[in-house]
Design a binder for this molecule. Structure first.
Ligand code: OAD
Length: 242
């Protein structure tokens, strides 16, 4: 812990790059962990690709609406709150792969969602934002997505699917923030999904310290200066305390 605190010291701009492990202690399942990971229980090719959407929109829409309901019922954990609090002492930019809103609900104001947001529904044809009714409180197998008021399209989840480009605005903001950071804190990501997983490498190549909080292994062995084997909720309050 003291080595990690030292690497974070100095008060310069901090980038916190988060993945699904950040929200695990809020009860939101991760993707790749044995037994509990979403991709262990559901087939991503049937739910998280443009082809799946074209093939069976009602199943895909029902699954994402169920995840929205689960996240709306979850609360930010001690890790999210510690990241939000740290912004009272220094500039903190959160770059998250998570499609939940738990960083924002904990009080973080600069949050870039490089994989989109579950709550930013948009038209699958014209791309305009679409307001949708609250999600059902029980999981349903199929649900028809509402139509777009402007064209013949349908509301789709505002998340990035496999095979899609990342939205350029959050991605460009993430690259600039990492390049200008005095330290990068990587929390709860396996580091397997690119291009998000290339961000710690950009920092390391620029001589910026990379501190990792993850109770398990990740793909960042080369990039990481200090690895804290602890959960976000355990480690971040002490690590980011003034
Ligand atoms: P993964 O499920 O691949 O990895 C989760 C990581 O969190 C693992 O390395 C765990 O060891 C770690 N972890 C588990 N519990 C933790 C805790 N309490 N505190 C800290 N770390 C913990 O999730 P991601 O790396 O986020 O893409 O996955 C990347 C992308 O793959 C996701 O954004 C999603 C998915 O397909 C899209 O939705 C586009």
């Amino acid at each position: 812990m003291s080595k990690a605190r030292l690497a974070l010291a100095g008060g310069g701009p901090l980038v916190v790059l988060t993945g699904a492990g950040m929200s695990a202690e809020s009860g939101v399942p991760t993707f790749r962990e044995a037994q509990t990971g979403l991709w262990e229980r559901y087939d991503p090719t049937a739910l998280a690709t443009p082809e799946a959407w074209r093939r069976d929109r009602d199943s895909v829409w029902a699954w994402y609406r169920w995840r929205e309901h689960l996240i709306a019922s979850a609360e930010p954990n001690a890790g999210h709150r510690a990241v939000a609090r740290a912004a009272s002492d220094r500039e903190v930019v959160v770059v998250t792969q998570n499609v939940d809103d738990l960083h924002e609900r904990a009080g973080s104001t600069e949050v870039h969602h490089v994989h989109g947001s579950l709550f930013a529904h948009r038209c699958d044809e014209c791309g305009a934002g679409i307001e949708v009714p609250p999600p059902p409180a029980e999981p349903v197998a199929r649900l028809a997505p509402p139509g777009c008021p402007r064209c013949d399209g349908r509301a789709r989840p505002g998340v990035v699917w496999f095979g899609e480009m990342l939205p350029s605005r959050p991605w460009d903001a993430a690259v600039s923030a990492v390049s200008a950071a005095s330290a990068v804190l990587v929390v709860g990501t396996s580091g397997l999904v690119h291009p998000a997983a290339s961000l710690p490498g950009i920092a390391a190549d620029g001589g910026i310290p990379v501190i990792e909080v993850n109770p398990g292994p990740s793909a960042f062995a080369r990039e990481v200066t200090v690895h804290l084997r602890a959960t976000a909720g355990q480690a971040l309050p002490a690590l980011l305390a003034p």
